[in-house]
Design a binder for this molecule. Structure first.
Ligand SMILES: *Cc1c(COP(=O)(O)O)cnc(C)c1O
Length: 384
């Protein structure tokens, strides 16, 4: 069976984890800082805060942006539920901006339009979370301009985009945003088992992020409300969480970082091969915006159903019978029952819903061989 994603673990990764297991610190040790520095330097960002997963990263990013009750967060409907749930964790309300028909990322035209309306109704968002679907950056230059005009905080959900490039920057540099979030789940570009990170260039946000990661507790006397009682003393000055990453995970992350460029290069090669091999298929292959060089976390195609006599359910079933497991990223978040209970309806975001009708994800990961990819393509040819 070929699945849509799979981690790549080598002997160096195993050694790195083993070293931590034989050391004094399993958590809150030196590997965390090493990993944070490694990712921050790679991306060209000043600060990085490692946490237990990207969902936690999104949560503390929202908390650090000051998101709370009465506030509004906007994101894309075509994303994993975590990009929206982080707003709900903070007690904020969540709304969506429909996707661009070509890149499937948040449409900047729709965003602009919605912001204009929201200003009139006095319902502007405090936080906007663009999601770099498949590892292709959103139009961040335009989003940054809009953030300055309308005064919202930008948190990039870059869970798919570790190692991706945008204009002259690495995604994660935060040149066009306040914060960027990475995921290190095993299906993503690099892995720590479970893991996430928030990057930022702003000292003030960095300090809040570290506070929210660890119970809202500080040992920094400058932040305390009264003089320290002694060397054991700490103060809880906010309500934070325990979202720490372990050193075991961070050591794996450091080791994976040394192969990040190799991983992304192979993913780009595989994506280019798919583009070429699928040319005459009744499919729409991915469109890349000028200035973006995706990391290709996933490879999404859209079926031209007018040209074939099969349903998506049939395509999934017949591919699976032949050993290829397809996937779908994503069910539009506003169509989830939890969000429907909050008032969202079918038809609210038509471009996202049309995408959902037609899209599916083909297997793509570092260890996928050319032969396996040819097999996937031939299987798909016979099924379609
Ligand atoms: C994977 C993913 C997340 C959540 O990541 P975890 O590390 O599993 O919490 C959030 N947003 C997007 C777009 C993702 O793909």
């Amino acid at each position: 069976m070929i699945y849509y994603g799979k981690q790549s673990i080598n002997e160096d990764d195993i050694k790195a984890v083993e070293e931590v297991l034989r050391s004094d610190f399993l958590t809150q040790g030196p590997a965390i800082e090493r990993f944070e520095r490694s990712v921050a330097e790679y991306c060209g960002a000043k600060y990085a805060v490692a946490v237990c997963n990207a969902t936690a990263a999104l949560h503390i990013a929202c908390l650090s942006a000051g998101l709370g009750e009465g506030d509004i967060l906007w994101t894309s409907p075509v994303t994993f539920v975590a990009s929206a749930n982080c707003g709900r964790y903070c007690g904020a309300s969540v709304d969506f901006v429909d996707i661009d028909e070509k890149t499937y990322n948040m449409s900047v035209t729709a965003l602009e339009e919605k912001l204009r309306l929201a200003r009139k109704e006095n319902k502007l968002p405090k936080v906007v979370i663009p999601v770099h679907l498949a590892g292709q950056s959103c139009d961040m230059a335009r989003i940054k301009e809009l953030s300055e005009e309308y005064g919202f905080t930008v948190i990039e959900d870059a869970s798919h985009a570790v190692g991706a490039d945008y204009l002259d920057t690495k995604v994660g540099s935060c040149v066009f945003s306040d914060m960027a979030v990475f995921s290190f789940h095993p299906v993503k570009i690099i892995t720590t088992g479970e893991g996430g990170m928030v990057l930022t260039n702003k000292r003030e946000l960095y300090e809040k992020l570290t506070l929210y990661r660890s119970h809202g507790i500080t040992r920094d006397t400058a932040k305390m409300t009264r003089e320290s009682d002694g060397p054991w003393y700490y103060q809880q000055i906010e309500l934070g969480c325990n979202y720490r990453m372990t050193d075991i995970q961070a050591a794996l992350g450091c080791s994976q970082m040394t192969r990040l460029d190799t991983f992304v290069a192979r993913r780009r090669e595989l994506a280019a091969r798919y583009d070429a091999l699928l040319k005459d298929f009744p499919l729409v292959t991915p469109d890349v915006m000028e200035g973006a060089a995706p990391s290709w976390h996933i490879y999404v195609v859209r079926v031209l159903f007018g040209q074939i006599g099969k349903t998506k359910q049939q395509i999934f079933a017949e591919m699976k019978e032949r050993g290829v497991v397809l996937n779908l990223h994503y069910i539009p978040v506003h169509r989830q029952p939890y969000y429907e209970k909050l008032g969202f309806r079918q038809g609210d975001f038509p471009e996202s819903e049309k995408y959902y009708e037609e899209a599916f994800t083909l297997p793509l990961y570092y260890g996928l061989t050319d032969n396996e990819q040819d097999h996937i393509v031939e299987t798909l040819r016979s099924v379609l």
